[in-house]
Design a protein around this ligand. Structure first.
Ligand code: URA
Length: 196
């Protein structure tokens, strides 16, 4: 894992030598965890603390973990893009934006390396960005959420269980009942495979 992180650090230092981009790497159980959770990209708190899913996103994550009876330290948590994508408003304030095509193209091969390295028993993607990084750009969360799919990761078959991004459930309360049902379906899937 250290070598992987160093490779990524070097790559982006060479690519963007003038920029001090903070990379936020995955954390948790790095060796064959029952589940690897993949989010979109770090936000402000994540970049300040150098950890994925902290601050408000961490609270959402805690609710997720409670619902599926898992502990943060037993799983591996990461993001597709490891830098915070930002935009600057005309008044100069900085806010998050979705990762752009260039960022996705740069980071996705490293995500595949990371998945191969960690070798989780199940991938859980949060939202469309993570889903499409694994299942391709034709996959949409509205059609795929809440049930397992088989992903072909450059010749390696993996099971992926797509979920809505918890943040989207906060913005769109009509998704809440669906999201909760999906969490129960995920728990049932874990139980059926005796994953944990
Ligand atoms: N924080 C993360 O680390 N990832 C997300 O997708 C959202 C917030």
């Amino acid at each position: 894992m250290e070598a992987f992180q160093e490779t990524v650090r070097r790559f982006f230092k060479d690519l963007w030598p003038a920029e001090e981009k903070i990379l936020v790497f995955g954390e948790g159980q790095t060796h064959q965890p029952p589940l690897m959770l993949i989010g979109e990209a770090p936000g402000e708190q994540e970049t300040l603390q150098h950890r994925p899913f902290v601050g408000k996103a961490g609270k959402n994550l805690d609710a997720f973990l409670q619902a599926v009876s898992l502990r943060r330290e037993d799983i591996y948590i990461s993001n597709v893009v490891k830098i915070r994508p930002t935009k600057v408003s005309p008044r100069g304030s900085i806010s998050n934006r979705p990762p752009n095509r260039e960022e996705l193209a740069l980071f996705t091969p490293f995500l595949y390396d990371e998945i191969r390295l960690v070798s989780p028993r199940l991938l859980v993607t949060l939202g469309n960005v993570a889903l499409q990084a694994i299942l391709g750009r034709d996959a949409v969360i509205g059609a795929c959420h809440g049930r397992p799919h088989t992903a072909d990761l450059q010749g390696t078959a993996l099971t992926v269980f797509p979920l809505y991004h918890p943040a989207s459930v906060i913005y769109n309360r009509s998704l809440l009942a669906t999201y909760e049902a999906d969490l129960q379906a995920l728990r049932a899937h874990l139980d059926a495979g005796n994953v944990i």
